[in-house]
Ligand binder design. Structure first.
Ligand code: PEP
Ligand code: MG
Length: 579
Protein backbone atom coordinates (compact mmCIF):
# COMPACT_ATOMS: atom_id res chain seq x y z
CA UNK A 1 0.00 0.00 0.00
CA UNK A 2 1.35 3.41 -0.94
CA UNK A 3 -0.07 6.89 -0.26
CA UNK A 4 0.62 9.84 -2.54
CA UNK A 5 -0.35 13.44 -2.00
CA UNK A 6 -1.54 15.97 -4.56
CA UNK A 7 -3.96 18.87 -4.82
CA UNK A 8 -7.59 18.08 -3.96
CA UNK A 9 -9.84 19.57 -6.65
CA UNK A 10 -13.12 17.71 -6.53
CA UNK A 11 -14.36 16.23 -3.25
CA UNK A 12 -15.45 12.68 -2.56
CA UNK A 13 -13.94 9.22 -2.46
CA UNK A 14 -13.69 6.82 -5.37
CA UNK A 15 -12.51 3.23 -5.17
CA UNK A 16 -11.75 1.53 -8.46
CA UNK A 17 -9.31 0.18 -10.97
CA UNK A 18 -6.59 2.31 -12.59
CA UNK A 19 -6.80 3.06 -16.28
CA UNK A 20 -3.59 4.77 -17.35
CA UNK A 21 -3.87 7.18 -20.25
CA UNK A 22 -0.53 8.09 -21.72
CA UNK A 23 -0.51 11.56 -23.13
CA UNK A 24 1.60 13.04 -25.82
CA UNK A 25 3.56 15.01 -23.26
CA UNK A 26 4.10 12.24 -20.76
CA UNK A 27 6.90 9.75 -20.86
CA UNK A 28 5.65 6.86 -22.93
CA UNK A 29 5.77 3.71 -20.86
CA UNK A 30 7.68 0.70 -22.12
CA UNK A 31 5.77 -2.54 -22.20
CA UNK A 32 7.20 -5.91 -23.15
CA UNK A 33 4.92 -7.72 -25.56
CA UNK A 34 4.32 -11.45 -25.39
CA UNK A 35 5.76 -13.37 -28.36
CA UNK A 36 2.30 -14.09 -29.75
CA UNK A 37 1.28 -10.41 -29.50
CA UNK A 38 4.04 -9.08 -31.80
CA UNK A 39 2.02 -9.45 -35.00
CA UNK A 40 -0.83 -7.43 -33.49
CA UNK A 41 1.62 -4.74 -32.32
CA UNK A 42 3.11 -4.47 -35.84
CA UNK A 43 -0.42 -4.16 -37.24
CA UNK A 44 -1.21 -1.41 -34.72
CA UNK A 45 1.84 0.52 -35.84
CA UNK A 46 1.04 0.08 -39.51
CA UNK A 47 -2.62 1.17 -38.97
CA UNK A 48 -1.50 4.24 -37.01
CA UNK A 49 0.95 5.09 -39.79
CA UNK A 50 -1.70 4.73 -42.53
CA UNK A 51 -4.12 6.82 -40.51
CA UNK A 52 -1.50 9.55 -39.99
CA UNK A 53 -0.74 9.67 -43.73
CA UNK A 54 -4.47 9.84 -44.56
CA UNK A 55 -4.94 12.65 -42.02
CA UNK A 56 -2.08 14.60 -43.58
CA UNK A 57 -3.54 14.40 -47.09
CA UNK A 58 -6.97 15.28 -45.70
CA UNK A 59 -5.58 18.40 -44.01
CA UNK A 60 -3.88 19.46 -47.25
CA UNK A 61 -7.26 19.24 -49.00
CA UNK A 62 -8.80 21.51 -46.38
CA UNK A 63 -6.16 24.23 -46.76
CA UNK A 64 -7.49 27.52 -48.12
CA UNK A 65 -6.33 28.11 -51.71
CA UNK A 66 -4.23 31.09 -50.67
CA UNK A 67 -2.03 28.90 -48.44
CA UNK A 68 -1.83 25.92 -50.74
CA UNK A 69 1.39 26.80 -52.59
CA UNK A 70 3.36 27.61 -49.47
CA UNK A 71 2.02 25.28 -46.78
CA UNK A 72 1.02 22.11 -48.64
CA UNK A 73 4.63 21.01 -49.41
CA UNK A 74 5.55 21.33 -45.73
CA UNK A 75 2.64 19.17 -44.62
CA UNK A 76 3.18 16.71 -47.43
CA UNK A 77 6.80 16.28 -46.41
CA UNK A 78 5.47 14.81 -43.14
CA UNK A 79 3.70 12.11 -45.14
CA UNK A 80 6.92 11.40 -47.02
CA UNK A 81 8.79 10.90 -43.75
CA UNK A 82 6.12 8.48 -42.58
CA UNK A 83 6.37 6.56 -45.86
CA UNK A 84 10.14 6.26 -45.55
CA UNK A 85 10.95 2.56 -45.58
CA UNK A 86 14.14 2.77 -43.50
CA UNK A 87 12.33 4.67 -40.75
CA UNK A 88 9.50 2.15 -40.74
CA UNK A 89 12.03 -0.66 -40.58
CA UNK A 90 13.77 0.82 -37.55
CA UNK A 91 10.47 0.95 -35.70
CA UNK A 92 9.15 -2.45 -36.76
CA UNK A 93 12.43 -4.22 -36.05
CA UNK A 94 12.42 -2.58 -32.60
CA UNK A 95 8.96 -4.01 -31.99
CA UNK A 96 10.03 -7.45 -33.23
CA UNK A 97 13.47 -7.72 -31.68
CA UNK A 98 12.94 -5.89 -28.42
CA UNK A 99 9.29 -6.96 -28.14
CA UNK A 100 8.39 -3.40 -27.18
CA UNK A 101 5.02 -1.73 -27.55
CA UNK A 102 4.63 0.43 -30.66
CA UNK A 103 4.36 3.79 -28.82
CA UNK A 104 7.65 3.16 -27.10
CA UNK A 105 9.51 2.24 -30.29
CA UNK A 106 8.03 5.21 -32.21
CA UNK A 107 9.13 7.52 -29.47
CA UNK A 108 12.58 5.92 -29.18
CA UNK A 109 13.35 6.11 -32.89
CA UNK A 110 12.02 9.66 -33.39
CA UNK A 111 13.76 10.97 -30.28
CA UNK A 112 17.07 9.49 -31.41
CA UNK A 113 16.75 11.37 -34.74
CA UNK A 114 15.92 14.54 -32.90
CA UNK A 115 18.90 14.14 -30.59
CA UNK A 116 21.24 13.65 -33.54
CA UNK A 117 19.94 16.77 -35.29
CA UNK A 118 20.16 18.83 -32.14
CA UNK A 119 23.70 17.64 -31.49
CA UNK A 120 24.84 19.26 -34.74
CA UNK A 121 23.96 22.66 -33.24
CA UNK A 122 22.93 23.73 -36.72
CA UNK A 123 20.06 26.25 -36.65
CA UNK A 124 18.95 25.02 -40.05
CA UNK A 125 17.77 21.79 -38.51
CA UNK A 126 15.45 23.53 -36.05
CA UNK A 127 12.43 23.26 -38.31
CA UNK A 128 13.27 19.65 -39.02
CA UNK A 129 13.20 18.91 -35.29
CA UNK A 130 9.79 20.57 -34.99
CA UNK A 131 8.54 18.49 -37.92
CA UNK A 132 9.83 15.25 -36.45
CA UNK A 133 8.26 15.92 -33.05
CA UNK A 134 5.02 16.79 -34.77
CA UNK A 135 4.97 13.53 -36.70
CA UNK A 136 5.89 11.56 -33.61
CA UNK A 137 3.01 13.19 -31.74
CA UNK A 138 0.57 12.42 -34.51
CA UNK A 139 1.60 8.76 -34.62
CA UNK A 140 1.45 8.39 -30.87
CA UNK A 141 -1.90 10.13 -30.72
CA UNK A 142 -3.25 7.64 -33.23
CA UNK A 143 -1.83 4.73 -31.29
CA UNK A 144 -3.22 6.07 -28.01
CA UNK A 145 -6.63 6.94 -29.40
CA UNK A 146 -6.96 3.32 -30.12
CA UNK A 147 -5.98 2.66 -26.55
CA UNK A 148 -8.42 5.24 -25.25
CA UNK A 149 -11.24 3.49 -27.00
CA UNK A 150 -10.32 0.47 -24.93
CA UNK A 151 -12.31 2.15 -22.15
CA UNK A 152 -15.38 1.03 -24.04
CA UNK A 153 -14.40 -2.59 -23.57
CA UNK A 154 -13.53 -2.27 -19.90
CA UNK A 155 -15.79 -2.78 -16.91
CA UNK A 156 -17.08 -0.05 -14.62
CA UNK A 157 -15.41 1.90 -11.82
CA UNK A 158 -12.35 3.09 -13.67
CA UNK A 159 -10.02 5.70 -12.25
CA UNK A 160 -8.25 7.60 -14.98
CA UNK A 161 -4.56 8.24 -14.42
CA UNK A 162 -3.04 10.71 -16.86
CA UNK A 163 -0.20 13.15 -17.15
CA UNK A 164 -2.76 15.87 -17.80
CA UNK A 165 -6.23 16.04 -19.26
CA UNK A 166 -7.51 18.85 -21.41
CA UNK A 167 -11.16 19.76 -20.92
CA UNK A 168 -12.01 18.16 -24.25
CA UNK A 169 -10.35 14.90 -23.17
CA UNK A 170 -12.16 15.06 -19.83
CA UNK A 171 -15.47 15.49 -21.60
CA UNK A 172 -14.76 12.56 -23.89
CA UNK A 173 -14.45 10.20 -20.91
CA UNK A 174 -17.26 7.72 -20.53
CA UNK A 175 -19.09 9.06 -17.48
CA UNK A 176 -20.81 5.74 -16.89
CA UNK A 177 -17.48 4.05 -16.26
CA UNK A 178 -15.10 6.71 -14.99
CA UNK A 179 -15.52 7.37 -11.28
CA UNK A 180 -12.45 9.46 -10.55
CA UNK A 181 -9.21 10.76 -11.90
CA UNK A 182 -5.72 11.73 -10.90
CA UNK A 183 -3.12 13.60 -12.91
CA UNK A 184 0.56 14.48 -12.72
CA UNK A 185 -0.09 18.08 -13.75
CA UNK A 186 -2.74 20.70 -13.02
CA UNK A 187 -3.62 23.26 -10.39
CA UNK A 188 -6.67 23.92 -8.21
CA UNK A 189 -8.52 26.05 -10.77
CA UNK A 190 -7.42 24.35 -13.97
CA UNK A 191 -10.38 23.84 -16.26
CA UNK A 192 -10.16 20.10 -15.88
CA UNK A 193 -10.45 20.49 -12.12
CA UNK A 194 -13.53 22.67 -12.57
CA UNK A 195 -15.09 20.10 -14.87
CA UNK A 196 -14.43 17.26 -12.43
CA UNK A 197 -16.28 19.21 -9.77
CA UNK A 198 -19.18 19.91 -12.09
CA UNK A 199 -19.32 16.22 -12.99
CA UNK A 200 -19.16 15.36 -9.27
CA UNK A 201 -16.22 13.02 -9.87
CA UNK A 202 -13.55 12.93 -7.13
CA UNK A 203 -10.24 14.17 -8.53
CA UNK A 204 -6.71 14.89 -7.38
CA UNK A 205 -4.24 16.78 -9.58
CA UNK A 206 -0.63 17.89 -9.29
CA UNK A 207 0.63 14.44 -8.23
CA UNK A 208 3.76 15.05 -10.32
CA UNK A 209 4.73 11.45 -11.19
CA UNK A 210 1.61 9.39 -10.69
CA UNK A 211 1.61 8.08 -14.26
CA UNK A 212 4.91 6.37 -13.79
CA UNK A 213 4.00 4.96 -10.38
CA UNK A 214 0.76 3.26 -11.36
CA UNK A 215 0.00 0.50 -13.82
CA UNK A 216 -3.33 -0.18 -15.44
CA UNK A 217 -5.41 -2.50 -13.30
CA UNK A 218 -3.99 -1.39 -9.90
CA UNK A 219 -6.63 -0.94 -7.22
CA UNK A 220 -6.82 2.67 -6.09
CA UNK A 221 -8.59 4.92 -3.63
CA UNK A 222 -8.89 8.56 -4.62
CA UNK A 223 -9.73 10.97 -1.84
CA UNK A 224 -10.64 14.18 -3.64
CA UNK A 225 -11.38 15.95 -0.36
CA UNK A 226 -7.96 15.39 1.20
CA UNK A 227 -5.99 15.21 -2.05
CA UNK A 228 -4.59 11.72 -1.53
CA UNK A 229 -4.39 8.65 -3.66
CA UNK A 230 -3.82 5.22 -2.15
CA UNK A 231 -2.32 2.55 -4.34
CA UNK A 232 -3.10 -1.07 -3.58
CA UNK A 233 -4.97 -0.45 -0.28
CA UNK A 234 -5.35 -3.23 2.30
CA UNK A 235 -8.76 -4.52 3.41
CA UNK A 236 -9.00 -2.34 6.53
CA UNK A 237 -8.21 0.82 4.58
CA UNK A 238 -10.83 -0.07 1.97
CA UNK A 239 -13.40 -0.60 4.70
CA UNK A 240 -12.59 2.75 6.37
CA UNK A 241 -12.83 4.69 3.13
CA UNK A 242 -16.12 3.07 2.15
CA UNK A 243 -17.56 4.14 5.51
CA UNK A 244 -16.12 7.66 5.15
CA UNK A 245 -17.74 8.07 1.74
CA UNK A 246 -21.11 6.83 3.01
CA UNK A 247 -21.00 9.40 5.83
CA UNK A 248 -19.91 12.21 3.53
CA UNK A 249 -22.68 11.50 1.06
CA UNK A 250 -25.38 11.32 3.68
CA UNK A 251 -24.14 14.59 5.25
CA UNK A 252 -24.08 16.35 1.86
CA UNK A 253 -27.50 15.04 0.93
CA UNK A 254 -28.94 16.05 4.27
CA UNK A 255 -27.69 19.63 4.21
CA UNK A 256 -28.59 20.05 0.54
CA UNK A 257 -32.14 18.90 1.24
CA UNK A 258 -32.45 20.93 4.43
CA UNK A 259 -31.16 24.14 2.88
CA UNK A 260 -32.26 23.91 -0.75
CA UNK A 261 -35.40 26.00 -0.46
CA UNK A 262 -34.22 28.35 2.26
CA UNK A 263 -32.93 31.82 1.36
CA UNK A 264 -29.23 32.72 1.62
CA UNK A 265 -30.04 35.26 4.33
CA UNK A 266 -27.86 36.34 7.22
CA UNK A 267 -29.14 36.22 10.81
CA UNK A 268 -29.83 39.97 10.63
CA UNK A 269 -31.84 39.74 7.40
CA UNK A 270 -29.37 40.57 4.58
CA UNK A 271 -30.05 38.37 1.59
CA UNK A 272 -27.58 37.46 -1.14
CA UNK A 273 -28.00 35.38 -4.29
CA UNK A 274 -26.34 32.00 -4.75
CA UNK A 275 -26.07 31.05 -8.40
CA UNK A 276 -24.51 28.13 -10.25
CA UNK A 277 -21.72 27.76 -12.79
CA UNK A 278 -22.49 25.30 -15.56
CA UNK A 279 -20.89 24.00 -18.73
CA UNK A 280 -23.90 22.27 -20.32
CA UNK A 281 -27.65 22.93 -20.39
CA UNK A 282 -28.27 19.54 -18.74
CA UNK A 283 -26.52 20.82 -15.62
CA UNK A 284 -29.31 23.31 -14.97
CA UNK A 285 -31.28 20.49 -13.30
CA UNK A 286 -28.38 19.72 -10.99
CA UNK A 287 -28.04 23.42 -10.19
CA UNK A 288 -31.70 23.67 -9.21
CA UNK A 289 -31.50 20.50 -7.12
CA UNK A 290 -28.75 22.19 -5.14
CA UNK A 291 -30.86 25.31 -4.66
CA UNK A 292 -29.34 27.76 -7.19
CA UNK A 293 -31.37 30.93 -7.80
CA UNK A 294 -30.12 31.14 -11.37
CA UNK A 295 -27.05 30.53 -13.51
CA UNK A 296 -24.30 33.08 -12.92
CA UNK A 297 -21.88 31.57 -15.43
CA UNK A 298 -22.64 29.37 -18.39
CA UNK A 299 -19.22 28.52 -19.88
CA UNK A 300 -20.46 28.39 -23.45
CA UNK A 301 -17.10 27.36 -24.89
CA UNK A 302 -17.98 23.77 -24.07
CA UNK A 303 -20.41 23.91 -26.97
CA UNK A 304 -17.30 24.27 -29.11
CA UNK A 305 -15.34 21.43 -27.58
CA UNK A 306 -17.20 18.56 -29.16
CA UNK A 307 -15.81 17.11 -32.37
CA UNK A 308 -16.91 18.61 -35.68
CA UNK A 309 -17.31 22.16 -36.96
CA UNK A 310 -18.04 25.05 -34.57
CA UNK A 311 -21.66 25.29 -33.48
CA UNK A 312 -24.01 27.09 -35.83
CA UNK A 313 -26.50 29.71 -34.65
CA UNK A 314 -29.23 27.04 -34.47
CA UNK A 315 -27.18 24.86 -32.12
CA UNK A 316 -26.41 27.81 -29.84
CA UNK A 317 -30.05 28.82 -29.80
CA UNK A 318 -31.18 25.30 -28.93
CA UNK A 319 -28.75 25.14 -25.98
CA UNK A 320 -29.81 28.54 -24.60
CA UNK A 321 -33.53 27.90 -25.04
CA UNK A 322 -33.18 24.52 -23.37
CA UNK A 323 -31.43 26.10 -20.38
CA UNK A 324 -34.00 28.90 -20.17
CA UNK A 325 -36.91 26.50 -20.26
CA UNK A 326 -35.39 24.46 -17.41
CA UNK A 327 -34.78 27.66 -15.44
CA UNK A 328 -38.33 29.05 -15.62
CA UNK A 329 -38.12 32.72 -14.68
CA UNK A 330 -34.62 32.47 -13.20
CA UNK A 331 -31.76 34.28 -14.92
CA UNK A 332 -29.10 32.77 -17.18
CA UNK A 333 -25.79 34.56 -17.71
CA UNK A 334 -24.04 33.19 -20.77
CA UNK A 335 -20.39 33.95 -21.20
CA UNK A 336 -19.44 34.25 -24.83
CA UNK A 337 -16.78 31.96 -26.18
CA UNK A 338 -13.73 31.91 -23.89
CA UNK A 339 -11.77 29.46 -25.90
CA UNK A 340 -8.03 29.65 -26.12
CA UNK A 341 -5.23 27.22 -26.46
CA UNK A 342 -5.51 26.59 -22.72
CA UNK A 343 -8.75 24.67 -23.22
CA UNK A 344 -7.74 22.81 -26.37
CA UNK A 345 -5.14 20.16 -26.95
CA UNK A 346 -2.61 22.64 -28.25
CA UNK A 347 -1.80 21.50 -31.69
CA UNK A 348 -1.64 22.67 -35.26
CA UNK A 349 -2.41 26.26 -36.11
CA UNK A 350 -3.99 27.08 -32.72
CA UNK A 351 -0.74 26.39 -30.91
CA UNK A 352 0.46 29.42 -28.99
CA UNK A 353 3.63 29.71 -26.97
CA UNK A 354 1.83 31.42 -24.14
CA UNK A 355 -1.86 30.58 -24.41
CA UNK A 356 -2.93 32.29 -21.18
CA UNK A 357 -1.58 35.55 -22.56
CA UNK A 358 -2.76 34.73 -26.04
CA UNK A 359 -5.79 34.93 -28.18
CA UNK A 360 -8.50 33.87 -25.74
CA UNK A 361 -11.79 35.29 -24.54
CA UNK A 362 -12.98 38.53 -26.04
CA UNK A 363 -9.79 38.81 -28.11
CA UNK A 364 -10.68 35.64 -29.98
CA UNK A 365 -14.37 36.67 -30.24
CA UNK A 366 -13.40 39.96 -31.86
CA UNK A 367 -10.92 38.33 -34.23
CA UNK A 368 -13.29 35.57 -35.25
CA UNK A 369 -16.66 37.04 -36.27
CA UNK A 370 -17.45 33.67 -37.86
CA UNK A 371 -17.58 32.24 -34.30
CA UNK A 372 -18.78 35.30 -32.40
CA UNK A 373 -21.64 36.53 -34.58
CA UNK A 374 -23.66 33.28 -34.69
CA UNK A 375 -23.35 33.09 -30.92
CA UNK A 376 -24.50 36.67 -30.40
CA UNK A 377 -27.38 36.24 -32.83
CA UNK A 378 -28.50 33.16 -30.91
CA UNK A 379 -28.14 34.94 -27.55
CA UNK A 380 -30.21 37.87 -28.71
CA UNK A 381 -32.84 35.62 -30.23
CA UNK A 382 -32.94 33.58 -27.01
CA UNK A 383 -33.56 36.81 -25.08
CA UNK A 384 -37.13 36.72 -26.41
CA UNK A 385 -37.70 33.54 -24.36
CA UNK A 386 -36.35 34.37 -20.92
CA UNK A 387 -34.00 36.32 -18.70
CA UNK A 388 -30.73 35.78 -20.54
CA UNK A 389 -27.67 37.99 -20.00
CA UNK A 390 -24.58 38.31 -22.14
CA UNK A 391 -21.13 38.35 -20.57
CA UNK A 392 -17.79 39.00 -22.28
CA UNK A 393 -14.71 37.14 -20.97
CA UNK A 394 -11.12 38.33 -20.52
CA UNK A 395 -11.87 42.00 -21.03
CA UNK A 396 -8.78 44.09 -20.41
CA UNK A 397 -9.76 47.52 -21.77
CA UNK A 398 -12.68 49.81 -22.49
CA UNK A 399 -12.05 49.52 -26.24
CA UNK A 400 -12.87 45.83 -26.13
CA UNK A 401 -16.24 46.45 -24.48
CA UNK A 402 -17.03 49.10 -27.06
CA UNK A 403 -16.05 46.87 -29.99
CA UNK A 404 -18.04 43.93 -28.65
CA UNK A 405 -21.07 46.12 -27.95
CA UNK A 406 -20.83 47.50 -31.48
CA UNK A 407 -21.16 43.96 -32.85
CA UNK A 408 -24.21 43.43 -30.62
CA UNK A 409 -25.77 46.64 -31.99
CA UNK A 410 -25.16 45.57 -35.60
CA UNK A 411 -26.82 42.24 -34.90
CA UNK A 412 -29.78 43.89 -33.21
CA UNK A 413 -30.17 45.95 -36.34
CA UNK A 414 -30.12 42.82 -38.52
CA UNK A 415 -32.68 41.07 -36.32
CA UNK A 416 -34.98 44.08 -36.44
CA UNK A 417 -34.78 44.01 -40.23
CA UNK A 418 -35.53 40.29 -40.23
CA UNK A 419 -38.44 40.82 -37.85
CA UNK A 420 -36.91 38.37 -35.33
CA UNK A 421 -38.04 39.11 -31.75
CA UNK A 422 -35.43 39.89 -29.06
CA UNK A 423 -35.13 41.87 -25.84
CA UNK A 424 -33.70 45.26 -26.72
CA UNK A 425 -32.71 45.78 -23.07
CA UNK A 426 -30.77 42.54 -22.68
CA UNK A 427 -28.11 43.05 -20.02
CA UNK A 428 -24.50 43.04 -21.18
CA UNK A 429 -21.73 42.63 -18.63
CA UNK A 430 -18.11 41.62 -18.37
CA UNK A 431 -15.91 39.22 -16.50
CA UNK A 432 -13.41 41.08 -14.34
CA UNK A 433 -10.52 38.66 -14.42
CA UNK A 434 -7.59 40.67 -15.71
CA UNK A 435 -5.96 43.13 -13.27
CA UNK A 436 -6.28 45.99 -15.77
CA UNK A 437 -10.05 45.49 -15.84
CA UNK A 438 -10.22 45.47 -12.04
CA UNK A 439 -8.13 48.63 -11.82
CA UNK A 440 -10.41 50.30 -14.38
CA UNK A 441 -13.61 49.16 -12.64
CA UNK A 442 -14.75 52.79 -12.16
CA UNK A 443 -14.52 53.36 -15.94
CA UNK A 444 -15.65 49.97 -17.25
CA UNK A 445 -18.70 50.02 -15.00
CA UNK A 446 -20.12 52.92 -17.03
CA UNK A 447 -20.40 50.72 -20.11
CA UNK A 448 -21.25 47.42 -18.43
CA UNK A 449 -24.59 46.40 -16.96
CA UNK A 450 -22.90 44.09 -14.48
CA UNK A 451 -19.54 42.66 -13.41
CA UNK A 452 -18.60 39.11 -12.61
CA UNK A 453 -15.27 38.65 -10.86
CA UNK A 454 -13.37 35.67 -12.25
CA UNK A 455 -10.88 34.97 -9.52
CA UNK A 456 -9.37 31.94 -11.26
CA UNK A 457 -7.83 34.21 -13.83
CA UNK A 458 -7.62 37.28 -11.62
CA UNK A 459 -5.34 35.42 -9.20
CA UNK A 460 -3.36 33.95 -12.09
CA UNK A 461 -2.70 37.29 -13.73
CA UNK A 462 -2.24 39.33 -10.55
CA UNK A 463 0.23 36.92 -9.00
CA UNK A 464 1.79 35.75 -12.30
CA UNK A 465 1.00 32.16 -11.34
CA UNK A 466 -0.11 29.77 -14.07
CA UNK A 467 -3.35 28.36 -12.64
CA UNK A 468 -2.69 24.93 -14.17
CA UNK A 469 0.92 24.49 -13.09
CA UNK A 470 1.25 22.06 -10.17
CA UNK A 471 4.81 23.20 -9.40
CA UNK A 472 3.65 26.61 -8.28
CA UNK A 473 0.18 25.65 -7.07
CA UNK A 474 1.06 26.80 -3.55
CA UNK A 475 1.52 30.34 -4.90
CA UNK A 476 -2.01 30.41 -6.30
CA UNK A 477 -3.63 32.27 -3.42
CA UNK A 478 -6.99 34.01 -3.71
CA UNK A 479 -6.30 35.48 -0.27
CA UNK A 480 -3.17 37.28 -1.43
CA UNK A 481 -3.49 40.89 -0.23
CA UNK A 482 -2.95 42.17 -3.81
CA UNK A 483 -5.92 40.12 -5.04
CA UNK A 484 -8.11 41.14 -2.10
CA UNK A 485 -7.49 44.82 -2.82
CA UNK A 486 -8.67 44.32 -6.40
CA UNK A 487 -11.75 42.34 -5.36
CA UNK A 488 -12.67 44.97 -2.78
CA UNK A 489 -12.27 47.77 -5.30
CA UNK A 490 -14.45 46.08 -7.92
CA UNK A 491 -17.23 45.41 -5.39
CA UNK A 492 -17.09 49.02 -4.18
CA UNK A 493 -17.22 50.47 -7.69
CA UNK A 494 -20.22 48.26 -8.54
CA UNK A 495 -21.95 49.38 -5.38
CA UNK A 496 -21.20 53.04 -6.11
CA UNK A 497 -22.73 52.77 -9.60
CA UNK A 498 -25.57 50.54 -8.41
CA UNK A 499 -24.53 47.83 -10.85
CA UNK A 500 -24.63 44.18 -9.70
CA UNK A 501 -21.32 42.50 -8.96
CA UNK A 502 -21.12 38.72 -8.92
CA UNK A 503 -18.13 36.46 -8.32
CA UNK A 504 -17.93 33.28 -10.41
CA UNK A 505 -14.35 32.13 -9.80
CA UNK A 506 -13.72 29.12 -7.54
CA UNK A 507 -13.10 31.47 -4.59
CA UNK A 508 -16.82 32.10 -4.52
CA UNK A 509 -17.68 28.48 -3.68
CA UNK A 510 -14.90 27.98 -1.15
CA UNK A 511 -16.30 28.39 2.37
CA UNK A 512 -12.94 29.71 3.54
CA UNK A 513 -13.82 33.00 1.85
CA UNK A 514 -17.59 33.23 2.39
CA UNK A 515 -17.45 35.49 5.46
CA UNK A 516 -14.84 37.73 3.84
CA UNK A 517 -16.77 38.16 0.58
CA UNK A 518 -20.04 38.70 2.39
CA UNK A 519 -18.40 41.32 4.58
CA UNK A 520 -16.88 43.05 1.55
CA UNK A 521 -20.40 43.53 0.24
CA UNK A 522 -20.60 40.83 -2.46
CA UNK A 523 -24.26 40.13 -3.19
CA UNK A 524 -24.04 37.45 -5.87
CA UNK A 525 -21.97 34.27 -5.57
CA UNK A 526 -21.81 31.86 -8.49
CA UNK A 527 -20.23 28.44 -7.99
CA UNK A 528 -20.23 24.79 -8.89
CA UNK A 529 -23.63 23.45 -7.73
CA UNK A 530 -22.40 21.05 -5.02
CA UNK A 531 -20.81 23.99 -3.12
CA UNK A 532 -24.07 25.94 -2.75
CA UNK A 533 -25.33 24.26 0.43
CA UNK A 534 -22.04 24.72 2.31
CA UNK A 535 -21.81 28.41 1.42
CA UNK A 536 -25.46 28.96 2.30
CA UNK A 537 -24.96 27.35 5.68
CA UNK A 538 -22.18 29.84 6.53
CA UNK A 539 -24.25 32.82 5.35
CA UNK A 540 -27.28 31.73 7.37
CA UNK A 541 -25.18 31.39 10.53
CA UNK A 542 -23.72 34.89 10.75
CA UNK A 543 -24.83 38.51 10.96
CA UNK A 544 -23.80 41.04 8.37
CA UNK A 545 -22.27 43.10 11.15
CA UNK A 546 -20.02 40.20 12.11
CA UNK A 547 -19.08 39.49 8.46
CA UNK A 548 -18.10 43.16 7.92
CA UNK A 549 -15.95 43.14 11.01
CA UNK A 550 -14.25 39.90 9.84
CA UNK A 551 -13.63 41.31 6.34
CA UNK A 552 -12.20 44.48 7.83
CA UNK A 553 -9.80 42.54 10.01
CA UNK A 554 -8.84 40.13 7.15
CA UNK A 555 -7.71 43.07 5.06
CA UNK A 556 -5.24 44.16 7.71
CA UNK A 557 -3.06 41.05 7.22
CA UNK A 558 -0.07 41.36 4.95
CA UNK A 559 0.29 37.68 4.03
CA UNK A 560 -2.17 35.32 2.32
CA UNK A 561 -1.46 32.50 4.77
CA UNK A 562 -2.42 34.69 7.74
CA UNK A 563 -5.65 35.73 6.02
CA UNK A 564 -6.61 32.09 5.43
CA UNK A 565 -5.70 31.08 8.96
CA UNK A 566 -7.81 33.88 10.40
CA UNK A 567 -10.80 33.22 8.11
CA UNK A 568 -10.79 29.50 8.85
CA UNK A 569 -10.59 30.08 12.56
CA UNK A 570 -13.55 32.49 12.46
CA UNK A 571 -15.58 30.19 10.21
CA UNK A 572 -14.89 27.23 12.48
CA UNK A 573 -16.19 29.24 15.43
CA UNK A 574 -19.49 29.66 13.60
CA UNK A 575 -19.67 26.18 12.03
CA UNK A 576 -17.31 23.80 13.86
CA UNK A 577 -17.53 21.10 11.15
CA UNK A 578 -16.64 23.55 8.35
CA UNK A 579 -13.07 22.29 7.83
C1 PEP B 1 -12.41 32.72 -13.75
O1 PEP B 1 -11.41 33.01 -14.41
O2 PEP B 1 -12.51 32.89 -12.54
C2 PEP B 1 -13.57 32.10 -14.42
C3 PEP B 1 -14.69 31.88 -13.77
O3 PEP B 1 -13.41 31.71 -15.72
P1 PEP B 1 -12.69 30.36 -16.19
O4 PEP B 1 -12.40 29.55 -14.97
O5 PEP B 1 -13.63 29.65 -17.11
O6 PEP B 1 -11.48 30.89 -16.89
MG1 MG C 1 -11.54 33.00 -16.57
Amino acid sequence: MEIRRGIPVSPGIAIGEAFVLDSEDSPITRRVIEEHGIRAELDRFSAACDQAIAEIFESVKKLPKSLHGEVAPIIESHAKILQDKSLQLQITSGIEKNRHNAEYEVSRVFRSFVKRLQATGNQMFENRVVDLLDIERRLIRNLLNEKRSEIATRGKDLIIIAHDLTPSQTLALDKEKVIGFATDAGGPTSHTAILAKAMEIPAVVGLESITSAISGGDVLIIDGTEGTIIVDPDEDTLKNYRALERNRLSYEQRITLELRDLPARTLDGHEVRLLANIEFPEEVKLALQHGASGIGLYRSEFLFLRPGPPPAEREHLEAYRKSLSLLGDRDLTVRTLDLGADKLESDGPTKEKNPFLGCRGIRLCLQRPDLFRPQLRALLRASAYGDIRIMFPMVSSLEEIRSARAVVEQIKHELRREGAPFNDHVKIGIMVEVPSAALLADILVRESDFFSIGTNDLVQYTMAVDRANERIAALFQPAAPAVLRLVKYVIEEGERSKKPVCMCGEMSGDVTYTLLLLGLGLKEFSMSPPSIADVKMVIRSVTMKEAREIAHKALTFTEAGKVVEFLRERTRKIIPEAF
